[in-house]
Design a binder for this molecule. Structure first.
Ligand SMILES: NC(=O)c1ccc[n+]([C@@H]2O[C@H](COP(=O)([O-])OP(=O)(O)OC[C@H]3O[C@@H](n4cnc5c(N)ncnc54)[C@H](O)[C@@H]3O)[C@@H](O)[C@H]2O)c1
Length: 344
């Protein structure tokens, strides 16, 4: 779609979050000629520490603000070639406790961006979405999510992301917006807020605390190393077809959550006694599995980091970066208490 090598200006929304910040670092390394405007509201999940290494770069601008703020977004969008839209409330557990922000940011915020992208004739709108919009697969079967799987979201988070996907496609059909969408699986890697399974397990183990596992822990997820996700987005931005969706994943076989935690315990030299089964999440999807053969065939992308290598790298990163994650635990104690200690 956007094949030209000329200098571009990208608006990255949610660029201070986990995947957005990894993407900005990746893009600035591989496309130093481009300019990036990072619009982020700095919610609990936004952290400018992630971007410290490029904060003074002449091709990088940070704007603190909300994607729901139409006037602000309009001032920015007027000068951009591409929007890469990561900003979202992204954690299923928080969506169960407090869904309002998910509707506001994920649905209303996306609509504001779409309106202004159409108004200002932005050349390419790329929407980052999730495989969770497809619902849940049966355990023990070899069925997989693909670009043609019908939507069946089952949590406030996935329902809000599904709504945003529908809006993006509707703006394509109705107003001719040039867009692409990626629906990817669970990401892991450096700079992930320690509320998600892998960094939660690593940081609890480092603090000699039990690792909570929902229910029997047999739920299955596909795991995508965040750097591989960034390279997939790059492929889609550079050569994806307009008005097309790509499903992105990292694995070729199922790994139950309990095995993920056992692997982390083993690498960190700890006993499985540190596992603690807690009351299952309400409406917990049991299995996600992603058929990423289409993006491989169409764009030549495939994951380059195996789970075995990616998980080692991730543990090494958290070991070396305690000063990054430690303050996040103390600043968010109320959430951790509400979500975990009250459920054991
Ligand atoms: N993390 C995953 O495993 C995963 C998997 C599939 C899809 N996704 C999608 O990828 C995107 C990024 O996920 P993530 O894990 O990096 O999320 P994150 O929660 O780490 O980061 C979200 C970022 O968006 C910002 N933000 C939130 N509300 C905003 C608003 N109203 N205006 C401006 N900025 C706002 C936050 O401050 C934060 O920096 C999301 O759209 C998410 O749905 C994530």
């Amino acid at each position: 779609m956007s094949t030209s090598n000329t200098k571009k200006t990208l608006l990255v929304t949610g660029g201070a979050g986990f995947i957005g910040s990894n993407f900005i670092l990746y893009w600035m390394k591989h496309h130093p000629e481009d300019k990036i405007i990072n619009l982020d509201a700095l919610t609990y999940a936004g952290n400018l520490e992630n971007l410290r290494s490029i904060q003074d770069s002449k091709n990088y601008i940070f704007v603190e603000g909300n994607i729901v703020d139409r006037d602000l977004v309009e001032r920015i969008v007027a000068d951009v070639d591409m929007i890469v839209h990561f900003a979202a409330e992204s954690h299923v557990d928080r969506s169960i406790l407090e869904p309002d922000a998910f509707v506001q940011t994920n649905i209303v915020g996306t609509q504001v961006l779409l309106d202004l992208a159409v108004k200002h004739k932005v050349k390419h709108f790329h929407h980052i979405s999730t495989d969770e919009v497809f619902g849940s697969l049966e355990l023990g079967k070899d069925t997989q999510f693909s670009e043609t799987t019908p939507y069946d979201p089952r949590s406030p988070y996935s329902a809000s992301k599904a709504s945003s996907d529908h809006l993006v496609r509707a703006y394509g059909e109705t107003y001719g917006l040039q867009y692409t969408i990626t629906n990817c699986s669970n990401n892991y890697g450096e700079y992930q807020f320690p509320e998600k399974l892998i960094p939660l397990a690593i940081t609890n183990i480092l603090d000699n605390k039990a690792v909570p596992v929902y229910g029997d822990g047999l739920q299955v997820r596909d795991w995508l190393y965040v750097q591989d996700h960034c390279s997939a987005i790059e492929k889609v931005l550079e050569s994806g077809s307009s008005q097309k969706t790509y499903v992105v994943g990292g694995l070729t076989e199922d790994i139950p959550n309990i095995e993920v935690v056992k692997t982390i315990l083993k690498i960190m030299g700890k006993s499985e006694h540190m596992l603690e089964h807690i009351t299952d999440r309400a409406g917990h999807d049991v299995r996600y599995s992603v058929d990423w053969s289409h993006i491989k065939k169409d764009l030549g992308w495939e994951p380059s980091v195996s789970f075995e290598v990616g998980i080692e790298q991730t543990i090494t990163w958290y070991l070396a970066n305690e000063s990054w994650w430690r303050p996040l635990l103390s600043d968010n104690q109320d959430y951790f208490k509400k979500n975990y200690q009250d459920r054991t």
